[in-house]
Ligand binder design. Structure first.
Ligand SMILES: *Cc1c(COP(=O)(O)O)cnc(C)c1O
Length: 411
């Protein structure tokens, strides 16, 4: 099995060997300090006790520890949603006048954040395809603070060579953030050279559409990365490095984003996320095998399928070499026209029509009429959104049932 070590680790870490086995939910907004000196210590960071749930909660802290160990980070900060984690990781680093380089087919919310909202705050983002390495390196200026990348293009299904992009980021002293929502465990961005790995835990980490959540996992500021962070470019972060050393990116994120924007996770959300996470390795194993079977089955039946497991996909070799544990639950079907796409979705008996992904059930959505409906034609073309495009997120059903259902639905 591809995720054996995580199967042991997650259930062991989430359960407790004494008292209540299931994680306890600390349902309190505020915490009493007992005495003034302890209060002072909590605020200056010398006493490790909860301050106020916007800044951290014991149930959420348990989940943060598990996610930090998953990616080999020094720590993690959980948020109220995946967009909360994207916003936290970016807003704790950029200031007005700074630049972001965004690579790959981008999640709609992140694209809107970069292209509209951050622009209003004077932060400029330029967009590149995963293979435009020379143009990416040439676009880096003294104001570039972040290179942002998704581990799998959603929905264009293009795969980045994360190691090569990390080399560019590190060579030029720029922070690399990787959104690993679609490929937890399969891809380990911090090991490949990224500084921050972000997740929407709403998706396959929870896996059952019960709860929104997000997380940012941070690398240690160690000998290797200190050179990069000690530069003028990141002078805003120096005070945290001086005080907190290798932990610096955590208080930077907590103080600059959680404290001031308040995208904090709730204890109950963190509890539900941990319940989902117990079965993540088993579900992921099933899903990455089913995606390959369904892609091949539908391809054979004459559907226009986009998935890098198929030999004619431009990143098929990269899929075999760098994504040997799969690239998550997504594939796309191009039905040619909006009418044919609607007919397939509406005739299917098994698909759930929704914008979510990574669920136990197989989900599907017509892209141009929904998530990308208010994008310009040019933006849709850049993101690979054709008129008949359907994104499918494969669930835990028998893959043969899904293939049969779609062939029948096509008529
Ligand atoms: C869903 C998603 C997000 C946003 O997460 P929410 O929990 O919906 O806020 C960010 N990135 C990717 C790749 C996603 O799929």
């Amino acid at each position: 099995m591809k995720f054996e070590k995580y199967a042991t680790r997650f259930v062991q870490e989430i359960g407790s060997k004494q008292g209540a086995i299931s994680p306890s939910i600390t349902q309190s907004a505020a915490f009493a300090y007992g005495d003034s000196a302890t209060g002072e210590g909590i605020f200056d960071g010398s006493v490790q006790k909860p301050l106020y749930s916007r800044m951290g909660n014991p149930t959420t802290a348990k989940l943060e520890g598990i996610l930090a160990r998953l990616d080999g980070g020094i720590g993690a900060v959980c948020t109220s949603s995946g967009m909360g984690a994207v916003a936290l990781s970016c807003m704790s680093i950029v200031s007005a006048g700074d630049e972001i380089i965004s690579i790959g087919g981008l999640f709609g919310g992140t694209f809107a954040l970069f292209n509209e909202t951050l622009r209003r705050f004077g932060i400029h983002t330029s967009f590149f395809d995963v293979d435009e390495l020379e143009a990416i390196e040439a676009a880096i200026t003294a104001k570039t603070k972040i290179i942002y990348l998704e581990s799998v293009g959603n929905p264009n299904m293009r795969l980045p060579d994360i190691g090569l992009i990390a080399d560019i980021a590190n060579r030029n002293g720029v922070v690399l953030i990787v959104d690993n929502t679609v490929t937890p465990m399969s891809i380990r961005p911090l090991e490949l050279g990224a500084d921050i790995c972000v997740y929407s835990t709403t998706k396959i980490i929870s896996g059952n559409a019960t709860v929104l959540g997000g997380a940012a996992v941070f690398r240690a500021i160690d000998m290797e990365s200190a050179d990069k962070f000690k530069t003028e470019r990141y002078s805003d972060i120096h005070k945290f490095i001086d005080k907190m050393g290798k932990m610096a990116l955590i208080p930077n994120a907590k103080k600059r984003a959680l404290r001031d924007f308040g995208m904090s996770a709730s204890a109950f959300a963190s509890y539900l996320t941990m319940l989902g996470m117990e079965t993540l390795p088993l579900r992921m194993e099933r899903v990455v095998e089913s995606v390959e079977k369904i892609s091949a089955g539908l391809d054979q039946a004459g559907f226009e399928i986009n998935h890098p497991c198929l030999p004619d996909h431009p990143h098929h070799q990269r899929y075999k070499n760098l994504f040997s544990k799969g690239c998550g639950s997504l594939l796309t079907i191009d039905m040619g026209t909006r009418e044919k796409a609607f007919a397939l979705l509406d005739n299917s008996k098994l698909l759930f029509i929704t914008a979510n992904l990574g669920d136990s059930r197989t989900l599907a959505l017509h892209m141009a009429s929904t998530i990308y409906s208010d994008f310009s034609d040019e933006q849709r073309e850049f993101l690979g959104i054709t008129p008949g495009l359907i994104r499918v997120s494969i669930g835990l059903e028998n893959p043969e049932d899904i293939i049969e259902d779609l062939i029948r639905a096509r008529g």
